[in-house]
Design a binder for this molecule. Structure first.
Ligand SMILES: *[C@@H]1O[C@H](CO)[C@@H](O)[C@H](O)[C@H]1NC(C)=O
Ligand SMILES: *[C@@H]1O[C@H](CO)[C@@H](O)[C@H](O)[C@H]1NC(C)=O
Ligand SMILES: *[C@@H]1O[C@H](CO)[C@@H](O)[C@H](O)[C@H]1NC(C)=O
Length: 195
């Protein structure tokens, strides 16, 4: 094949791929999460919100990927399967889940086309249930590793300053919680940094 037609074929192939991934391409795997970094989102029962429990997120061994652990109770029977996503903004003090805005989506993929679990790099970074499966009530205990979210502050895929939202099957927001740092990278013993 001519170099030129090879190039054309390559460009065409890339064009085809670009349509089902983000405008900025596939998500990059994050290999340098700070060792020991640990964040938690606490769900406490509130007015109209029956969900309680927590979602913890910590650097996987060697900083390659983030390990999530969902331990939740009180998901209403019949409202699922529930999806859950990292959202762009934290939860305001009044607890209004709508204010968390859209899914964390640094590669600008959008949610119109559902995530294909077999190609997680093409999914919205924040679409955890798309990549790892929805949950059913009333109780769930579930763990998984995600290669594309980040506990490295300063990059778009960082979610330590953001939130997680649980949605009913009809996509109405059921409950939401901020992530907060549970353990300092490098510190042996929980809360309490140098400040
Ligand atoms: C979505 O489903 C929940 C649980 O079944 C229900 O309470 C809520 O009203 C529904 N929202 C809409 C917009 O239909
Ligand atoms: C979530 O975090 C933000 C930013 O730190 C804070 O302003 C807000 O009050 C927190 N929300 C709740 C419900 O604690
Ligand atoms: C969270 O941190 C990221 C990267 O450090 C930053 O780009 C983003 O604006 C922050 N988001 C909020 C809601 O503070």
């Amino acid at each position: 094949m001519h170099t030129l037609s090879l190039l054309a074929a390559l460009v065409a192939a890339q064009g085809a791929v670009a349509q089902m991934t983000g405008k900025l391409g596939d998500a990059m795997a994050v290999m340098n999460n700070p060792p020991g970094a640990s964040y938690v989102a606490m769900f406490t029962e509130g007015s109209g919100n029956p969900v309680r429990g927590k979602v913890s997120a910590m650097s996987s061994p060697g900083g390659k990927s983030v390990t999530f652990n969902l331990m939740l109770m009180g998901l209403p029977m019949g409202g699922g399967p529930y999806s859950y996503h990292l959202h762009d903004q934290p939860v305001p003090v009044d607890g209004n889940c709508a204010a968390t805005l859209a899914h964390l989506d640094p590669y600008q993929r959008g949610q119109a086309v559902p995530c294909d679990m077999s190609m997680p790099e093409t999914c919205e970074v924040g679409d955890l249930s798309g990549k790892h499966g929805k949950i059913e009530g009333p109780e769930v205990s579930k763990s998984f590793m995600d290669m594309y979210v980040a506990l490295v502050p300063g990059i778009g895929a960082f979610f330590g300053n953001r939130s997680i939202v649980i949605h009913y099957a009809n996509s109405t927001r059921l409950a939401c919680a901020n992530f907060t740092m549970e353990k300092m990278p490098g510190s042996g013993c929980g809360m309490g940094g140098p400040w």
